[in-house]
Ligand binder design. Sequence first.
Ligand SMILES: Cc1cc2nc3c(=O)[nH]c(=O)nc-3n(C[C@H](O)[C@H](O)[C@H](O)COP(=O)(O)OP(=O)(O)OC[C@H]3O[C@@H](n4cnc5c(N)ncnc54)[C@H](O)[C@@H]3O)c2cc1C
Length: 289
Amino acid sequence: MHPFNYVAPLTVKEAIDILEKHGDRARPLAGGTDLLVQARGNKWDLDAVVDVKKIPEAMQLDVSNNGLTIGAGVPCYQIYDHEKIKSDYPGIVDGAFIIGGIQIQSRAAIGGNLCNAAPSGDAICPLIVYGATANIAGPSGNRDVSVEDFCVGPGKTVLKNGELLVSISVPDPPSGFGAAYERFIPRNEMDIAVAAVAVSVTLDNSGTNFESVRIALASVGPTPIFATKASNSLQGKPINERSISEAATIAKDESSPISDMRGTIEHRKQLIEVITKRMINKAIKRARG
Ligand SMILES: Cc1cc2nc3c(=O)[nH]c(=O)nc-3n(C[C@H](O)[C@H](O)[C@H](O)COP(=O)(O)OP(=O)(O)OC[C@H]3O[C@@H](n4cnc5c(N)ncnc54)[C@H](O)[C@@H]3O)c2cc1C
């Protein structure tokens, strides 16, 4: 591994200046659980890693009536240990809770998971179904990008030279809202998803119809997929076996997996159909309390 400098700026501005100066020879570091493994594997030729964990905005974890703000460096355990996040954002906890084991979760951040842009990233689909936004700072100022538009290819994001993910904003869930995430892995833990699905539902006042639905799929395309056709197919529909099965079949058709050592195309598509159904039902259950 090429030797590199460790830099721990105290402000967003300082971090941006260093990233801009070094271009693609510097990378932000949140938990380092992807970055350091990749650096050791010579994916990056680095002059500097820029630790975000000393920047206050990147370490904020705030829940209010305005929603949830997760700093880009906040480790997973802080999310699933937070009582209010557990009660109000269980779909996000579903993702954070299964990333690696306790050692990984003590360092690894949701922000790092998103910026790593793996199609299998367990935090990304939950963020998509909660309608989360990535708050980015860079040399030309700040900008916000919806999480579903953030990843543009395996390991690739919309971030430009010098830009940094500062935090993630998740809107306050409306009444009648429920969400859930589940992955299939052949082992109990410490593996990456063969296929995974996150679903959020907002039910109408009667609790018997879908007002709106968001479905996102992991490990079945070059990026996490916001399955818009499957999501829209349930809008305004009654909650029943038929509408849920139809949406799950559409989600299966929206997936575009490859065959590899973890699973075949057919296996992954079947998993998407099964898990989508299961997650819609779980999200409904959570929405009903
Ligand atoms: C043993 C093991 C088990 C794992 N299990 C899982 C699992 O079950 N599920 C899963 O999804 N992943 C898993 N991972 C992968 C990894 O732990 C997760 O993706 C984790 O969330 C990455 O977060 P991090 O904070 O460590 O990111 P880092 O490694 O710090 O960063 C990841 C990438 O994002 C960039 N980055 C970091 N912060 C920022 C920022 N603020 N702005 C811009 N770019 C940034 C980095 O430069 C790097 O390219 C595992 C890894 C290991 C080693």
